[in-house]
Design a protein around this ligand. Sequence first.
Ligand code: NIG
Ligand code: FE
Length: 388
Amino acid sequence: MTSTLLTGIGLLATQDPEFGELTDAALLISDGTIGWLGPRAQAPAADRAVELDGRCVLPGFVDSHAHLVFAGDRAAEFAARMIGQPYTAGGIRSTVQATRQATDQQLRTNLARLAGELLAAGVTTFECKSGYGLDTETEQRSVRLAGELTGEVSYLGAHVVPAGVDRAEYVELVCGPMLQACAPHAKWVDVFCEQGAFDEDESRAVLTAGLAAGLLPRLHANQLTAGGGVRLAVELDAASADHCTYLRPSDIEALASSNTVATLLPLVEFSTRSPYPDARSLLDAGATVALATDCNPGSGFSTSMPLAIALAVREMRMSPAEALYAATVGGAKALRRNDIGQLTAGYRADLTVLDAPSYLHLAYRPGVPLIQQVWRAGEPAWTRSALQ
Ligand code: NIG
Ligand code: FE
């Protein structure tokens, strides 16, 4: 058993309700998990000590929504949007074409690059969806490749109906042979419940089939219109309803009295120039809110959890403490995990160290690379080099 003491922590933002925020703190890592935390002066002995010189330590961010298996990019679509074109679900089809043509090795290289960006942004756990294959072979390749890098894999065969395919036949494929091919490689079943993608009944059919195959439901809900996605998420006890950009009061009430997390994705509103979700009403009603990147080539191509936090604070009126909680504990709840997302004895030692005295700096210094080191399962996983 080896132990490491992180000491000289200026601010330890535990996200544990018992400990809250500790100043001049230390944290003991034993065998990959958190063994102890408390005032520096009371720290136990350890095999080695790492001095953090007053820096702030947070739980590693939990990014509960990302689409990282794809080829190509859509920079031209983004540029056209910035001069007035609206975002629509249809853009997904151009990424599908590029993804089908890519080799496993090309997809793996792109995925690894984005996973590396997430780590450098302080993310220690990420979810990853399929959804740019839309045929059985490429969807199965996508979930298999995602599973090489994360245990949080979502089968999103129901992203859109591919060009030239009959809707009803496609929904049958997604609920039948494609699901059977993908389920062994996935934990979650996801669906884009939206105008231009799948309606409420089709989405229910997909999620119910996924449940029967042993997957757990989550969904893209109420991104472009106030449709039935959130209602369906709560009806099926989905772990998370993601986007929540257009909500009716009844959706907010439903989320607040459920186990379904409202996952907000402000990098998408930023990149599609859309109104931001009403985080304040969700929080004030008592809903659990998560923040995630939704990194994808279409609606928002960013891996920056710190920027998502800054936008949540500046544009959505979340307090810095609420935004940090949403990016850590909120993400863990959206993945139904109780071993990550907070600094508590027995939890996995996933930590982000900021080159700043407080997490307030994440929003106060937007766009500045403040992540100084990242620890995953008790091991140093990334450190900012002098060149970065
Ligand atoms: O979460 N909303 C659906 N899917 C993605 C966007 C996909 C794309 O445009 O390529 C999202 O925003
Ligand atoms: Fe998404």
